[in-house]
Design a protein around this ligand. Structure first.
Ligand code: HEC
Ligand code: HEC
Ligand code: HEC
Ligand code: HEC
Ligand code: HEC
Ligand code: HEC
Ligand code: HEC
Length: 326
């Protein structure tokens, strides 16, 4: 079966954030509801200075030793967290400056070795409350002390990391006007002018196409080849909620369904299944395509399950469906 995606979405993704960023504190007086939940959300914490997070303490508490014999040592400085790796007589050091990911699931340290950006080989994972191999890094033992520090990243790649995890990032990456974390103006556009004149801001997105495009600009869209079963083609694609949702019969059959039916854009995902089941029933009540198996609750267990496509990480399969034997 082929699935046709609304390709117009691809062209709608929002542009790079502009430099005229006011910062979330400026929004508090007039939008207190959004401010209170948003500034505590995992979006707002998606990027922090590593020294402002518990990551240094958590990594130093149980320093790793690779089977190859590589030792990791961490030392807090005012600039960040110095990491030193040792293999026999060889040592290498780098400076970890940023923690990507709120730590709700994981946090990956990113920093510099000299003038080069690098992503640390060890990330913090909430599930084990300790450091383990960063997702996507080679699982084989490190053969040199410097390889154990992690992977060097091109400036263009690091710019993308910052643009998805922060607000007001310019290419370079130029972090001069950055507000760390996904905050108000990352989704609503620069708002300094709005502070002087209430209507000098673009209206919040309200349509299915506009909201899906905004969320998918970071949570990812399907690739260029339509795929009816993306989670089989690439099990890791379950990380990308829009990829699953867009392939679901619910999304294809309803122009009313988008991310904000089930998620407050200013908060975290609620963990209460009853909240989501009420959403399911709002479209699947008796009479309008009810559950064929006759169930009136427990929808998520049978139609929207959680999976772990990579160690220590869990995601929800957004391709809502009947799980036939697969
Ligand atoms: C001095 C008060 C004030 C401040 C400060 C303020 N706003 Fe507003 N904002 C308003 C008013 C008034 C409106 C128009 C409300 C309406 O149309 O109902 C508005 C509308 C908006 C809208 C459009 C909502 C919609 O329904 O389309 C967004 C988005 C928004 N503001 C974001 C922000 C952000 C982000 C900040 C901080 C950078 C901010 N505002 C700071 C008063 C303020
Ligand atoms: C600028 C990039 C960006 C945009 C735009 C964005 N997100 Fe996110 N989102 C993230 C990142 C990064 C995280 C991971 C936060 C963390 O580290 O825990 C995240 C996490 C989430 C979570 C999980 C929160 C939790 O409970 O732990 C939900 C739900 C979510 N986003 C929904 C949305 C929705 C809905 C939209 C559109 C209205 C949206 N996101 C737009 C980057 C973005
Ligand atoms: C296209 C936007 C985008 C880019 C580029 C990006 N991220 Fe993310 N990142 C997200 C979103 C969305 C989430 C939350 C959902 C998820 O896990 O994919 C996230 C989650 C994370 C998490 C939490 C663990 C997890 O998987 O939920 C870490 C750690 C992280 N990103 C690190 C990085 C690093 C380091 C880079 C650069 C090498 C990077 N990200 C590049 C959008 C992005
Ligand atoms: C992840 C993207 C995202 C972030 C970050 C974000 N918003 Fe929004 N905001 C939205 C979306 C999407 C809507 C439309 C909500 C809807 O239709 O359900 C919205 C709606 C609004 C509205 C209109 C009233 C409402 O709730 O519908 C205001 C005002 C607003 N946001 C202000 C803010 C402020 C202030 C911040 C920062 C404290 C912020 N937003 C952060 C995506 C975001
Ligand atoms: C905005 C409305 C809407 C919401 C909310 C919604 N659905 Fe659907 N769903 C649909 C439509 C429309 C179809 C397609 C029906 C058809 O093609 O006959 C569908 C199809 C389905 C199917 C059949 C899947 C298939 O592959 O044939 C299942 C199962 C399902 N929904 C379960 C759920 C569950 C569980 C939830 C809550 C997590 C949910 N839906 C939320 C509108 C919705
Ligand atoms: C029909 C309801 C529904 C819709 C629509 C929906 N989600 Fe979710 N989402 C959920 C449920 C249920 C969870 C799991 C909550 C929990 O952990 O208990 C979830 C969790 C998430 C998470 C946290 C990580 C994970 O996979 O568990 C992210 C990120 C997310 N959703 C993003 C999105 C985005 C982006 C969209 C729009 C493309 C979207 N969701 C649309 C129901 C929905
Ligand atoms: C115990 C597992 C279970 C639970 C709980 C459950 N379902 Fe189902 N559902 C199924 C199975 C199995 C089918 C396929 C039955 C068949 O094809 O004969 C199905 C089919 C469906 C369909 C497809 C209907 C069609 O005409 O093709 C929809 C829609 C649906 N369920 C919605 C829901 C909703 C909404 C909930 C929660 C209120 C729910 N289900 C709870 C197992 C379940």
């Amino acid at each position: 079966m082929t699935v046709r995606y609304p390709w117009a979405l691809v062209c709608l993704s929002i542009g790079a954030p502009a430099a005229d960023v006011a910062g979330p504190a400026a929004c508090q007086p007039c939008h207190p509801t959004q401010y209170v939940t948003q500034t505590r959300s995992h979006h707002a914490l998606a990027l922090r200075r590593i020294i402002d997070t518990p990551v240094p303490e958590l990594l130093a508490a149980q320093p790793l030793r690779e089977r190859s014999g590589v030792d990791f040592r961490y030392e807090l400085t005012r600039q960040g967290l110095n990491v030193t790796t040792t293999l026999g007589p060889e040592t290498a050091t780098g400076l970890l400056i940023w923690a990507f990911g709120s730590g709700a699931q994981a946090s990956t340290p990113v920093g510099r070795i000299g003038n080069t950006w690098f992503e640390h080989r060890v990330s913090y994972y909430a599930e084990v409350k300790a450091g383990r191999l960063t997702m996507g890094h080679p699982a084989a033992a490190s053969t040199t002390a410097s390889a154990a520090l992690g992977l060097a990243q091109q400036p263009e790649v690091v710019t993308q990391c910052f643009q998805c995890h922060a607000t007001g990032v310019q290419p370079g990456p130029n972090l001069r006007d950055m507000v760390p974390g996904v905050t108000c103006e990352r989704c609503h556009g620069e708002a300094k002018a709005h502070l002087r004149s209430a209507n000098a801001i673009k209206p919040a997105p309200r349509t299915q196409a506009a909201i899906t495009a905004l969320c998918a600009s970071c949570h990812r869209l399907p690739g260029s080849l339509p795929d009816a079963t993306p989670e089989i083609t690439d099990p890791l694609s379950i990380r990308y909620a829009p990829v699953g949702l867009l392939a679901s019969a619910c999304y294809r059959g309803s122009s009313a369904l988008t991310c904000t039916n089930c998620h407050n854009p200013h908060g975290n995902a609620t963990r209460n299944p009853a909240f989501y089941e009420a959403k399911c029933r709002s479209c699947h009540s008796t009479g309008t395509k009810p559950c064929k198996a006759g169930n009136t609750g427990g929808c998520l267990d049978c139609h929207m399950q959680q999976r772990s496509p990579a160690p220590y990480l869990r995601f929800t399969d957004h391709r809502i469906r009947v799980y036939r034997s697969e």
